[in-house]
Design a protein around this ligand. Structure first.
Ligand code: ARJ
Length: 416
């Protein structure tokens, strides 16, 4: 019996078409699915996942099911679920508790549903599921073989758990695989954040002043793509090394107070809270647009925005106009949640292909090495990471060079 709570089961046909479209663009994950399908490496396992319910996530969870697992799926954000995909997954025998526009309480209810299934392995994006297990269901957590974590914010939270000596099972930081952050965080967010801003606003990027807060892999990607479309990009960063890198990459770098006066579009990608707050909002130009690409809706201080506003209305889907006491109008996109997943469809399938191949391989690795892995935050093994890159190149029809025996010897020798 499939358990579910979703928007509308009759959307399944539309969802299946979306999933098929994603499959066409996820050749690595599809080839992995096929390679291991007959062996059923996850047979008898219960897997609970809290991931954005998108067509790409569908390709991942269908792969886990094809490998023999029973899968329970909760969302990773109340506003990112693609309801047609959720319906298709239920039809495919995946237990889904997700619909677009759920409340915060309903969101945590969904997380609890999948936590309470006493899973063997958990997949998470942002660590709300890991945190719930550690906070409320320690018995269930102690019995887990292990878990994975998709994103930077989640890895940071799990490292905090580990530092306090409280991590109850091994977690593979999928985010930290090269074939994840170099592509998903940089080129994935670079494109999908711009996609979200454009679908929400339909503004012209060329000629605008765009302010990007945070020059990690996500911020780098967004700054790069906005510049590519003709924006003059200002980077705001707290880390001196990253700030210097942004300067030498050719961006203007300054603090938020200065940037606030100049920007037409603001995009936060720091992972921290209160990056844009009252004192900045008061300085902004009439018409400034605020968007967030970080995992949580805390980077733009929304209570500050509410307190400054005398009037508020939705002017377009996912665009809320705040009229301030000083007469200026600020526009908040996607309620300050991940603009790429709320106002667009998240990253394109081609990058999720690599991220989710790492997820699938990590799940298999955890199961094969259960009882052997330390209760720590672990990296994706280098061989798996490289195998994803190799399969991706192969799928693109690209050949790479090989070292000769002589070259290998040369690289292994220290002699003059
Ligand atoms: C599922 C997605 C998609 C998508 O890998 C990205 C990451 O690190 C998350 C931060 O919450 C979001 C996740 N992501 C981006 N695009 N997950 N389907 N299409």
């Amino acid at each position: 019996m499939v358990e579910f709570k979703i928007k509308d089961p009759s959307l399944a046909e539309e969802g299946h078409k979306q999933i098929e479209w994603a499959e066409v663009h996820m050749p690595v994950l599809m080839s992995l699915r096929k390679s291991y399908m007959s062996k059923k490496p996850l047979k008898g396992l219960k897997i609970s996942a809290a991931l954005h319910v998108t067509k790409e996530t569908a390709v991942l969870v269908r792969t886990l099911k094809a490998w023999g697992a029973e899968v329970y799926l909760a969302p990773s954000n109340p506003l990112s679920t693609q309801d047609d995909v959720a319906a298709a997954l239920v039809e495919d025998g995946i237990n889904v508790y997700a619909w677009r526009g759920m409340s915060t309480d309903e969101y945590f209810w969904a997380i609890e549903q999948v936590a309470l299934k006493e899973p063997n392995i958990v997949l998470d994006d942002g660590a709300d599921l890991h945190a719930t297990l550690h906070d409320k269901y320690r018995n269930i957590a102690s019995n887990l073989e292990g878990g994975t974590e998709e994103t930077t914010t989640g890895v940071i939270r799990l490292r905090a758990l580990e530092r306090e000596g409280k991590l109850l099972y091994p977690v593979i930081a999928v985010n930290d695989a090269y074939t994840k952050y170099l592509f998903d965080n940089r080129y994935g967010t670079g494109q999908s954040a711009v996609d979200g801003i454009l679908r929400a606003t339909n503004i012209l990027i060329a000629g605008k002043v765009a302010v990007v807060a945070g020059y990690g892999w996500v911020g780098r990607g967004i700054a790069l793509r906005l510049r590519g479309m003709g924006a003059r990009v200002i980077v705001v960063e707290v880390d001196p090394i990253r700030a210097l890198e942004a300067v030498m990459d050719g961006f203007e770098v300054t603090n938020m107070k200065e940037a606030a006066r100049k920007g037409d579009i603001f995009v936060t990608a720091t992972g921290d809270k209160d990056v844009i707050r009252k004192e900045h909002m008061e300085l902004m130009k009439d018409g400034a647009i605020l968007a967030n690409a970080g995992h949580f809706n805390v980077e733009i201080n929304i209570p500050d925005l509410e307190s400054l506003a005398v009037e508020k209305r939705e002017i377009r889907r996912y665009v809320v106009e705040y009229k301030l006491k000083n007469g200026k109008r600020l526009y908040l996109l996607a309620e300050g949640r991940l603009v790429n997943l709320v106002a667009a469809e998240g990253h394109p399938s081609e990058v999720m292909d690599m991220s989710f191949s790492n997820q699938a391989l990590s799940v298999m690795y955890i199961h094969q090495n259960k009882d052997k892995l330390p209760r720590k935050v672990l990296r994706v093994p280098r061989e798996l990471d490289e195998s994803v890159a190799r399969r991706k190149l192969e799928s693109m029809g690209i050949r790479i060079e090989e070292l000769t025996e002589e070259q290998k010897k040369y690289l292994e020798s220290w002699k003059v």
